[in-house]
Design a protein around this ligand. Structure first.
Ligand code: GTP
Ligand code: MG
Length: 318
C-alpha cells in the first residue's frame, strides 16, 4: 500500500504516506483540508492535532511539500510573488513612505511603543483604508484590550466621505479574553476566510502581547510564554503568506533597566516577536502632540523616522 503512495501521485491528503481515512478525517477536522495547509504546518502542529509521532508528522509534511514542489524558488518566481504584494495606507503619506508605500501584505508588521503612542489609532486607520480601497476587502480585528471603537471608524469614514455602515460591515471584530482564546481565534481565521470566501486583506492583533504578559509572570514561566508566542506568530505568518494578507500586531514596551544611553525601552516578547515580524515600527510621542514612527527593522528599507499626527479624522501628515 505504502508503495502506491509515490510522491508523484500525491494529489490529495489521502494520498499522503501514513494517511488513511481515519487520519484524513482528523486532519480535515483540525483544518488541514488541503496539501498546502499541511505543507506549511510544523511537525508539532500535526503531532498535536492528529496524534502521530514526530517521524510520521515529518514524513506527511515532506510528502505534501514534494507534491506541491515547494522548496527552492527562482528569483523570477519570487519577483512574481512580490508583484502581488499590496500596500495599505496608514493615512499619512510620510508614514507610508517610511514603509515603502504602506503596510505590506504577505508578512507581519509590528507596531510597538508605549501607551498612547498611537498603535491602536494606526490600526483603526489601516482598517478603514483597507475597506476604502476595495469594495470587497475585509478586515479581521482581534481586540484583546477592549479598545476597538466603531465610533473612531465612523469618524475616519466620514473624513474620507465613505459609507461607514458598509465599512463597519466589513470589519469583523473578536474580543479575546485570554492568551489561549486569542490563539484559538487566530487558528479559526483560516477556516472563517475559506468558509465565507472572505477577501481578507488585513488581520490586526491589538495587543499581541498584553495577555501573555499578564498571564505569564515570573522567570519560571518565560520559556512557556515564548513557546506559545512563537506558535502564535507562526500561525499569523502562515495566514499572511497563504492568503496574501497583511498582519499587523501591536506590542507595548517595557523599561530596560540596564540601558543608560539611547532609548531605555524595549518591546515585549523578545526575539520571538522581533524575528517573526518583517517590519518593526517603533511609535513614540513627539513634540506638541505629534507622533514619531521609526522603522527599526525591514528587509529592504533604511532605518528612518517620520512624524505624523492623530486627529479626529484619523492618522494624518503634519
Ligand atoms: P496603549 O494601547 O495604551 O498601549 O496605547 P496605544 O499606542 O494604542 O495608543 P492609542 O492608539 O490608543 O492612542 C491614543 C491617543 O490617540 C490619545 O492619547 C489621543 O492623543 C489620540 N486620539 C485618539 N482618539 C482621538 C480623537 O478622536 N481625536 C484626536 N485628536 N486624538 C485622538
Ligand atoms: Mg492600544
Amino acid at each position: 500500500m505504502a508503495e502506491d503512495k509515490n510522491n508523484t501521485k500525491v494529489k490529495s491528503i489521502t494520498d499522503l504516506p501514513g494517511v488513511g481515512s481515519a487520519t484524513a478525517e482528523k486532519l480535515i477536522e483540525a483544518g488541514y483540508d488541503n496539501l498546502m495547509s499541511i505543507a506549511v504546518a510544523s511537525p508539532g502542529d500535526l503531532m498535536e492535532s492528529i496524534g502521530v509521532g514526530e517521524g510520521v508528522a515529518r514524513k506527511i509534511i515532506s510528502a505534501a511539500r514534494d507534491a506541491l514542489e515547494m522548496g527552492f524558488e527562482t528569483g523570477v518566481d519570487l519577483l512574481e510573488k512580490r508583484k502581488k504584494v499590496l500596500k495599505i495606507s496608514t493615512g499619512s503619506k510620510a508614514f507610508d513612505r517610511l514603509l515603502g508605500g504602506g503596510v505590506e501584505t504577505g508578512c507581519i508588521t509590528e507596531l510597538f511603543g508605549e501607551y498612547g503612542s498611537g498603535k491602536t489609532q494606526v490600526a483603526h486607520s489601516l482598517a478603514v483604508n483597507v475597506v476604502a480601497s476595495d469594495p470587497e476587502a475585509q478586515v479581521i480585528y482581534i481586540d484583546t484590550e477592549n479598545t476597538f471603537r466603531p465610533e473612531r471608524i465612523i469618524d475616519m469614514c466620514n473624513a474620507k466621505k465613505i459609507d461607514y455602515k458598509n465599512a463597519l460591515s466589513r470589519i469583523r471584530v473578536a474580543r479575546a479574553y485570554n492568551s489561549d482564546h486569542q490563539m484559538l481565534l487566530v487558528e479559526k481565521i483560516d477556516e472563517l476566510i475559506k468558509k465565507e470566501k472572505l477577501k481578507a486583506k488585513l488581520v490586526v492583533v491589538d495587543s499581541l502581547t498584553a495577555h501573555f504578559r499578564a498571564e505569564f509572570v515570573g522567570r519560571g514561566t518565560l520559556a512557556e510564554r515564548q513557546q506559545k508566542l512563537n506558535r502564535h506568530m507562526h500561525e499569523l505568518l502562515k495566514l499572511a503568506d497563504y492568503h496574501n494578507l497583511a498582519v499587523v500586531v501591536t506590542n507595548q514596551v517595557m523599561a530596560k533597566p540596564d540601558i543608560f544611553f539611547g532609548d531605555p525601552t524595549q518591546a515585549i516578547g523578545g526575539h520571538v516577536v522581533a524575528h517573526s515580524s518583517t517590519f518593526r515600527v517603533y511609535l513614540r510621542k513627539g513634540k506638541k502632540g505629534t507622533r514619531v514612527a521609526r522603522l527599526v527593522d525591514s528587509p529592504n528599507l533604511p532605518e528612518e523616522e517620520c512624524a505624523f499626527i492623530i486627529t479626529k479624522d484619523g492618522i494624518q501628515d503634519i
